[in-house]
Design a protein around this ligand. Structure first.
Ligand SMILES: [Zn+2]
Length: 411
């Protein structure tokens, strides 16, 4: 009955996007929904297209997750374990939830998607209340934006990673976020039909698959899919073994200071203190910060910290025109402009951005907005200040971008 009312209501609601925005369109009693808009909400541009709904798991408890998502505007909605829905960014505006992402060759899916965070974990089932709430929210959003079931996808299906120590090519498998939402049984309970049957970017060779287990859960057939999902549920999953590297466990957080490694002899090291990744002994425990995926930017690597050669930092693309080197004195060069001798004599502290372009320098007459238009405050946009600080676009204070600041944009 409620569904029917909602359907009628939404049929009347098919209006131009600008008008829809003015209407209190989501007003159905069956959803327990509250507005808890991020301070970032009003500055976010209105999306021009909405082709996807991307489902995330917070990988941490409610309070911390809500604080972070709210402060940074990193989701449109969050659904807690009781089924309460929080609006964080208006559904017509851009939220920074997908990070480095690609589907069918199109990148930066934040510009074409709605992001919903479920309080929970990628390998555990959500609560019955979350099923009810998510099912209703999806039904409403799919009607409003005319999004077919196969465009309702887990974050892990569209996220991809830049080259790293384990994978020299751009790869699928950067995250396992929201993985359970690929499972046929979970989708059925949400009223969703099948998701995509295969990964178009891996099929076309744009990406390689870096996580066969994830691939199995995302695209495997029924039985195999569930078996794979059940496999990853115990604590043994957090211990390095012959078949499980540090990267398998920690993913992009493997070399972060927030990730702790406890060696079999009891020694503890932080991810950024480890140099020799080939020598992590089996039995080493990996402790992740627990709280929440970080979509700000994964882009900046530092020589001497994240690796010791250009190849280690940027993989096979180290000498390409879209790999940017920021030398300690602020000089900017692309990989294509560097000579062999430059690579050999690269100084510690040189920063590397893979798949970026140098957009320009702020001057008295040329503001950050002039240089990158609406992208000036995007999470992936990177500012380098004269004092060497690196700040991402969603953290930058627009009143305080002095002349000489350099700006880099993701490709
Ligand atoms: Zn996610």
């Amino acid at each position: 009955m409620i569904r029917t009312v909602a359907q009628i209501w939404h049929r009347r609601c098919v209006l131009p996007a600008a008008m829809v925005m003015l209407l209190p369109c989501v007003a159905v009693a069956s959803l327990n929904i509250v507005s808890h808009y991020s301070p970032r909400n009003r500055e976010r541009p209105v999306r021009r297209a909405t082709d996807f709904i991307i489902l995330h798991t917070t990988e941490g408890p409610k309070a911390g997750s809500l604080n972070k998502l709210h402060a940074n505007g990193e989701a449109h909605y969050m659904i807690d374990e009781q089924g309460k829905v929080y609006r964080i960014i208006h559904r017509n505006r851009v939220a920074f939830h997908a990070g480095r992402s690609m589907w069918e060759g199109r990148t930066n899916l934040d510009n074409r998607s709605i992001g919903i965070e479920l309080v929970g974990y990628h390998h555990r089932d959500i609560t019955a209340a979350q099923y009810t709430a998510l099912r209703e929210l999806l039904a409403q959003l799919q009607r409003i934006y005319r999004i077919p079931d196969e465009r309702v996808v887990p974050h892990s299906m569209v996220a991809y990673g830049a080259p790293n120590r384990w994978h020299r090519q751009s790869h699928r498998g950067r995250k396992r976020c929201g993985m359970l939402f690929a499972r046929a049984d979970v989708r059925r309970r949400l009223g969703l039909g099948r998701g995509p049957a295969r990964d178009p970017d891996v099929a076309a060779g744009r990406l390689v698959s870096a996580d066969s287990y994830l691939q199995q859960v995302l695209f495997g057939e029924g039985g195999a899919q569930n078996l794979a999902a059940a496999f990853f549920s115990g604590d043994e999953a957090m211990v390095v073994s012959a078949g499980r590297s540090a990267w398998d466990i920690a993913r992009e957080a493997y070399n972060q200071s927030s990730t702790t490694y406890v060696f079999p002899d009891g020694t503890r090291r932080r991810g950024n203190e480890i140099r020799d990744w080939g020598r992590i002994p089996p039995g080493t425990k990996v402790i992740l910060p627990g709280l929440v995926e970080d979509n700000r930017w994964e882009g900046v690597r530092v020589l001497g910290k994240d690796g010791n050669t250009a190849q280690e930092l940027a993989g096979g693309e180290y000498n390409s025109a879209t790999t940017i080197y920021i030398l300690p004195d602020g000089t900017v060069k692309t990989g294509a402009e560097m000579r062999d001798a430059d690579f050999r004599s690269m100084q510690q502290g040189t920063m590397v951005l893979a798949r970026y372009e140098y957009a320009g320098e702020v001057t008295r007459r040329r503001s950050a907005f002039d240089i990158c238009k609406a992208r000036w405050n995007h999470a992936g946009t990177i500012y380098r200040f004269n004092d060497g600080r690196i700040v991402s676009g969603n953290r930058v204070d627009e009143r305080n971008i002095p002349a000489g600041t350099k700006i880099f944009l993701p490709q």
